[in-house]
Design a protein around this ligand. Structure first.
Ligand code: ACO
Length: 323
């Protein structure tokens, strides 16, 4: 059977780092409040003129290099983002142009914080259907551009960044124990459309708008859906939480991450956490965390990894990967 195997991972964070202390000079907040409620200590913010496609291309370049592949080898580019460079064309085509990829399939995918999980599942379907052999799945965001910097309830929570993985289709003989994406699960529930949204858009207001959020409702659902999605992919592939080497959850809030780990009965040292230094980078948070786990030697070949995410829509999902 055809399986999608991870060949390389890469990430990029903008140079500018903003601490909680610095934010407290802009809005009525404090380092203590932000740390206590979210675990966030600092975040990276894109420089003026630095676009989502720049972040995406930088992350993708590293992933390709680690995969030992050239831009010309890529037949499918998916950029998961809620902050595209322009309304159209797709940011994925800007990445093609910046890296010299294509012609090939390239499109953006909008599932907000769940975007990378949606991107992995979508690319996996293309690869297993034989419609492409090599795919770049990128999560890239410049959320700093859609934040209301006067709303202390939201502006302290997010950061900018990008991460990418290179997936390649590989013919494998067995079932259980093979490498690559073993299972994916996606879902969404539009009844929560108003709980986390941007109050602008080309069709509604002809503006870009700002992020608005019902934090308590998001918190409640995030824990349940993140844990549920992880259990679903494990179950689909015939595994249990005891088999898991790493949980790489969407990085929104340390309290959400801890609650999910607890529900899954995972020891804290099996959960990769970057939210303290990156804040919530939406679709970029999972590949940024995967990149960190691989770079520092925690995630190794053969490890069983669950990446799970939840966000606006609400939309959520997970992928089970044998690294
Ligand atoms: N600094 C200081 N005080 C603040 C701040 C701030 N940055 N933000 C809000 N407050 C105040 C509020 O005004 C309120 O004051 P009041 O009691 O005088 O009215 C008080 O703190 C409590 O506010 P709540 O919103 O009730 O605080 P809560 O304990 O719910 O924590 C938080 C808010 C951290 C946003 C929490 O609801 C949460 O983490 N929700 C999840 C949201 C999330 O992670 N979203 C990310 C996108 S979705 C995703 O990626 C999964």
């Amino acid at each position: 059977m055809l399986r999608s195997v991870v060949r390389g991972v890469g990430a990029y964070l903008p140079a500018q780092v903003v601490t909680n202390e610095e934010l407290s000079r802009r809005v009525d907040t404090s380092d203590e409040w932000i740390r206590e409620r979210t675990g966030i200590e600092r975040r990276h913010l894109a420089a003026e003129g630095e676009l989502t496609s720049d972040l995406a291309a930088n992350a993708a370049r590293v992933a390709l290099q680690r995969a030992g592949l050239r831009p010309q080898d890529v037949e499918l580019v998916i950029v998961a983002t809620a902050t595209p460079d322009h309304t159209f064309p797709a940011t994925a085509t800007a990445v093609q142009r910046k890296l010299g990829i294509g012609p090939g399939i390239a499109f953006d995918l909008q599932a907000v914080c769940a975007g990378f999980a949606y991107g992995l599942a979508t690319a996996d379907n293309f690869l297993r259907a034989g419609q492409a052999r090599t795919a770049l799945v990128i999560g890239a965001e410049t959320f700093s551009r859609i934040l209301d910097w006067e709303d202390r309830g939201t502006c302290v929570l997010f950061g900018d960044g990008a991460g990418a993985v290179v997936l390649q289709a590989e013919e494998q003989a067995g079932a259980r124990g093979d490498r690559g994406l073993l299972a994916t699960h996606l879902s969404a529930d539009g009844r929560h459309y108003d709980d986390l949204y941007v109050d602008g858009g080309p069709s509604s207001t002809r503006t870009t708008g700002h992020l608005r959020m019902n934090g308590r409702e998001v918190f409640r659902y995030a824990v349940a859906e993140l844990a549920g999605a992880a259990l679903t992919v494990l179950d689909k592939a015939g595994y249990g939480t005891g088999d898991l080497d790493w949980l790489v959850p969407h990085q929104a809030n340390k309290r959400i991450i801890d609650a999910v780990g607890k529900r899954l009965q995972l020891p804290a040292d099996k959960v990769i956490v970057t939210v303290d230094r990156h804040a919530n980078t939406s679709a970029a948070s999972i590949p940024l965390a995967l990149n960190e786990g691989v770079e520092d030697g925690r995630i190794r070949e053969g490890d069983l990894v669950v990446a799970n995410a939840m966000g606006g829509g609400f939309a959520w999902g997970a992928a089970l990967i044998r690294w």
